[in-house]
Design a protein around this ligand. Structure first.
Ligand SMILES: [Zn+2]
Length: 324
């Protein structure tokens, strides 16, 4: 298994634009899919359990191959036939992203001029397909709750989870790919919070502290909470590479067929969940949870931004492979 390198040069900038597009109060039932809203409040009619019923085009959220899942490490099947899994741009090569701060929808998008492509993806009939990085985002839990990742390993969660969203290069863009069975590939990386004293629950993994990612996130999230009636658009330049997003072991992963973990919950995702975690600072987690998600000042950490485990919990069988 290889993550290959190729050359790319150029100036790197993390362009940060806060659009202050706060989450509005919305209807429990919205016939117009484009106007539908959701949240992570378990007691709300917009919460995760209700997502399939909010609007007709989100009915997939109650489908049979939903994500996230609990990964039972001992149950994963080792398949050498997974084949080569590779990048054509090396981790030392920078790329440009623009981050939109928008509560739990905060997303960093790779600019269209820079392409990070995974090639030689072979599992689940994907031989010959390549996937381009569209962007990445994080999920986190409630205040004072260490449970923040969406995927769990043997029932154990981590404070955050990073999702790198790729789309099949045979489609023009992510919105076209999202509707195709071979359209999406998401790399999930569990994120621990830096704590030297705490033993790692990941046997055989190097404790990889993502210093650059932590710094970039701190710069991005610093004092960027949307305030009603106040412009908060701002640009922050920074450097980011794949090395900043992935653990030291970039070759060991679990893979299964799943879905997006947010509406419309499209069941078109090949999941790659890295065996090893990354580590970010405690300050990053704190800042992220303090992001405002509504005009009345509600913060992300009140309800968190993680969807509960969808399968595994009720023992719905699914194919879980590992390449190590
Ligand atoms: Zn996600």
């Amino acid at each position: 298994m290889m993550w290959r390198s190729a050359a790319l040069s150029g100036l790197v900038a993390l362009v940060l634009v806060s659009l202050c597009d706060v989450v509005a109060t919305a209807q429990c039932n919205e016939p117009d899919c484009s106007k539908a809203k959701f949240n992570y409040d378990q007691s709300s009619c917009l919460g995760p359990a209700s997502w399939p019923d909010i609007t007709p085009c989100w009915s997939t959220c109650s489908g049979s191959r939903q994500s996230p899942v609990n990964i039972r490490r001992n149950d994963a099947t080792s398949r050498t036939s997974l084949g080569v899994f590779s990048f054509n741009i090396g981790p030392q090569q920078p790329f440009q992203v623009s981050t939109t701060i928008d509560g739990f929808k905060t997303n960093s998008k790779v600019s269209t001029t820079d392409h990070v492509v995974l090639s030689d993806v072979t599992q689940f009939g994907l031989s010959g397909n390549s996937f381009r990085l569209d962007g990445f985002h994080f999920h986190a839990g409630k205040f004072n709750n260490a449970k923040g990742s969406e995927h769990s390993f043997d029932g154990e969660f981590q404070p955050m989870e990073l999702h790198m969203v790729f789309y099949n290069t045979k489609y023009p863009d992510i919105s076209a790919a999202i509707q195709q069975s071979d359209g999406l590939l998401v790399i999930g990386v569990l994120a621990q919070v830096f704590d030297r004293a705490r033993p790692s629950p990941f046997p055989g993994c190097v404790h990889t502290f993502q210093r650059t990612l932590s710094r970039v996130l701190m710069d991005s999230l610093k004092d960027k909470n949307p305030k009603s009636g106040k412009s908060c658009e701002e640009t922050v330049d920074s450097t980011l590479t794949l090395q900043d997003l992935l653990p030291a072991d970039r070759e060991s992963y679990y893979t299964y067929e799943g879905s997006l973990t947010t509406p419309p919950c499209s069941e078109t995702v090949t999941w790659i969940v890295m065996k090893c975690p990354i580590v970010v600072t405690k300050s990053v987690l704190r800042r992220f949870k303090r992001l405002e998600i509504s005009k009345n000042g509600e913060r992300l950490g009140v309800h968190g931004s993680r969807r509960p485990v969808q399968r595994g919990k009720n023992h719905t069988p699914f194919v879980l492979l590992k390449n190590f």
